[in-house]
Design a protein around this ligand. Structure first.
Ligand SMILES: Cc1ncc(COP(=O)(O)O)c(C=O)c1O
Length: 457
């Protein structure tokens, strides 16, 4: 078989992307206060801001959309959605939500109270915010290898099981209403969690009678990494691996905008009948009736097909190869990245890329701004702007939308990053001129720090 990994699809509809000049981008960046979230999307050439809701849907998904049953209650699209999700995830209750954070808000409102502690390998920003919003504490318990961008480990998303046990002993198991595992670990570099780690965390949770929930956004990519890297899973299909992984938990939250291959949607699953009832009551209050949960029937159909397509092996092979290609090509020229490249994204280590910019001057935001200036690429900082003083790293995430960009787009991104790498000493730090009280990175305004004026000698 030929060794070249190709896109396992051909393109039926095209969407033009538009060039801007560097002077135009300089002006646009100033108008956006150096925060790429505030840029008009049409002024971005290659948009790697997120892999969330930005994927291309398949012909089968578009066909399913036409079958959407828009009935308020008892829609058959809900049945398709529930059956498809249950086949993979295996949980008794499947509650649709408009996206992942709505599932998180409902889960934590029902399960947590003030003074509780929620461990996770690494909380994503909305997960942390929703835990804190109900007065609980979000604790990250990533293994040590996961905290060092340069260290090579096949499962850098693993949870530190000994630290979890310590925490449960220290705070008391009655203050830990649930444990979460994020697969793959987005904020920690898109790194996978091994089946062995899932089994160990699950066994510990069972011992203390604490439910285990997955943040399942990128479950298919995690399953494929297990197939590639964990002995004993080479011959299993990604679906079999995902089914096994979920069998060790009690439920999950899911943003279908990632491995649901849809542009909107999410869900909350649980095996607990009492919790499910409370969750559905809250759902009705803010999202909608339990057979649509804030989504259109057609969205449910797209997700029903999408979660299955995300597990197709040809697709996963191309997806993981394409991300690794980007990461390996820049790393080969010395660009510091989180190693090895993650599933959905490549993460530049901005502290190592720009050692002259201290964390309080947002090296990640400065680097992301420069990638835009150089080549119209939009990325996102995951670091001091996003997490404040809690940030352990300053990363710039280049998230690859699913089935959207081709090999030549990726080659272009490599070229732009290498150009910025050559000029890195000239990049300046930034300071805040506005910040919101929570999730400040979405709306923050920044400006360049003034350079000290050279004094005549
Ligand atoms: C790991 C993780 N959890 C939760 C979410 C929240 O999902 P949503 O954006 O659909 O609310 C995201 C979104 O990026 C994520 O990456």
């Amino acid at each position: 078989m030929a060794r070249t990994v190709i896109e396992p699809f051909r393109i039926k509809t095209v969407e033009p992307i538009l060039w801007t000049t560097r002077p135009e981008r300089e002006q646009l960046l100033r108008a956006a206060y150096y925060n790429l979230f505030l840029l008009p999307a049409e002024d971005v050439l290659i948009d790697l801001l997120t892999d969330s809701g930005t994927g291309a849907m398949s012909t089968k998904q578009w066909a399913a959309i036409m079958q959407g049953d828009e009935s308020y209650a008892g829609s058959k699209s809900y049945d398709h959605f529930r059956d498809s999700v249950q086949e993979i995830f295996g949980y008794r209750h499947v509650i649709p939500t408009h996206q992942g954070r709505a599932a998180e808000r409902i889960l934590f409102s029902v399960m947590c109270k003030k003074g509780d502690v929620v461990p996770n390998n690494t909380h994503f920003d909305t997960t942390r915010a929703n835990v804190e919003f109900v007065g609980a504490e979000a604790v990250d318990l990533l293994i040590s290898a996961g905290k060092h961008p340069e260290s090579i480990h096949p499962f850098k998303g693993n949870m530190d099981v000994a630290a979890l046990e310590d925490l449960i002993h220290r705070v008391g198991h009655d203050r830990v209403p649930l444990v979460m595992l994020t697969v793959t670990n987005n904020s920690g570099g898109g790194q996978p969690v091994s089946m062995k780690n899932v089994q160990q965390v699950s066994a510990l949770c069972r011992r203390f009678e604490i439910p285990l929930y997955f943040d399942a956004c990128r479950f298919a990519e995690n399953a494929y990494f297990i197939k590639l890297r964990e002995p004993g899973y080479e011959r299993k299909t990604p679906k079999q691996i995902a089914q096994q992984m979920f069998s060790y938990g009690d439920g999950c939250t899911m943003s279908a905008k990632k491995d649901g291959m849809a542009n909107i949607g999410g869900f909350l699953c649980t095996n607990n009948d009492v919790l499910a009832q409370q969750e559905k009551n809250l759902l009705i209050l803010t999202e909608g009736y339990p057979t649509y949960g804030g989504l259109a029937g057609r969205d449910l159909e797209a997700i029903a097909v999408g979660v299955q397509e995300a597990l197709e092996e040809d697709y996963l092979r191309y997806r993981i190869a394409s991300t690794a290609y980007l990461g390996n090509h820049i790393a080969a020229q010395g660009v510091p990245i989180v190693q090895p490249p993650g599933g959905h994204a490549v993460y530049l280590d901005a502290r190592a890329f720009l050692p002259h910019i201290p964390p309080e001057q947002f090296p990640g935001v400065a680097l992301a701004a420069e990638l835009y200036l150089e080549g119209g690429i939009r990325s996102v900082e995951i670091g001091t702007l996003m997490f404040g003083a809690a940030a352990k790293m300053d990363l710039v995430r280049l998230a690859i939308p699913r089935r959207v960009y081709t090999q030549s787009h990726i080659d272009y991104v490599v070229e732009v990053i290498l150009e910025v790498w050559k000029k890195r000493e000239r990049i300046q730090g930034l300071k805040l001129s506005y910040e919101a009280p929570f999730l400040r990175h979405f709306t923050a305004r920044l400006e360049p720090v003034e350079q000290p004026v050279a004094q005549p000698v």
